[in-house]
Design a protein around this ligand. Structure first.
Ligand code: C2R
Length: 166
């Protein structure tokens, strides 16, 4: 078994129902990952250690999900040179999701966080796999199959719709 290339972190275990989608799509794409809870607010020392040590452990991309005053992705990005993908989570303490989105999206110049749509952990997983695939032909092949299946599903649903309308 290879060492994990993607680190999935989230501000609370309550984010897991959303963040699980990132883990599931990475499994489908054949990408090793690790997954844990790290909070900038509640566990600042743990966040500091995680962000500072991730690259040394072989992590290539970090996916960070958080809700409400979602400072985790940006703070992690400030502590590492690794690309960070932020997942805004519509959590129990989020007013309407915009708070999570804007606190991850509106980063100052110099510290980017690649922000996906609200609760879009699946896209974060796909994007992380695409970044890793620039140096891994197996993942390129898996991504091509994945995209081909997406296309097939749409074509099949279009055919079914046509049959239902007849
Ligand atoms: P609880 O359910 O544990 O109260 O957490 C979490 O990501 C979660 O969505 C509620 C929400 O608080 C968020 N949280 C953050 C951070 N730590 C926890 N946004 C952080 O450091 O950014």
């Amino acid at each position: 078994m290879n060492s994990p290339k993607i680190g999935i972190i989230m501000g609370s275990k309550s984010d897991l129902p959303v963040m699980q989608d990132a883990a599931d799509v990475l499994t489908e794409l054949g990408v090793e990952y690790e997954i844990t809870v790290v909070s900038a607010h509640r566990t600042p020392d743990r966040m500091f250690t995680y962000a500072r040590e991730a690259a040394g452990r072989g992590i290539k991309v970090i996916i960070a999900g958080a809700g409400g005053a979602a400072h985790l992705p940006g703070m992690v990005a400030s502590l590492t040179h690794l690309p960070v993908i932020g997942v805004p989570v519509k959590s129990s303490n989020s007013i309407d999701g915009w708070d999570s989105i804007l606190s991850i999206l509106q980063m100052p110049n110099g510290i980017p966080v690649a922000t996906v749509a609200l609760n879009a952990a699946k896209n974060a997983g796909i994007l992380a796999a695409q970044i890793i695939s620039t140096a891994d032909e197996t993942i390129v092949k898996n991504l091509i199959v994945f995209k081909e299946n997406l296309k097939k599903k749409v074509e099949e649903s279009a055919e079914e719709m046509l049959k239902d309308l007849k």
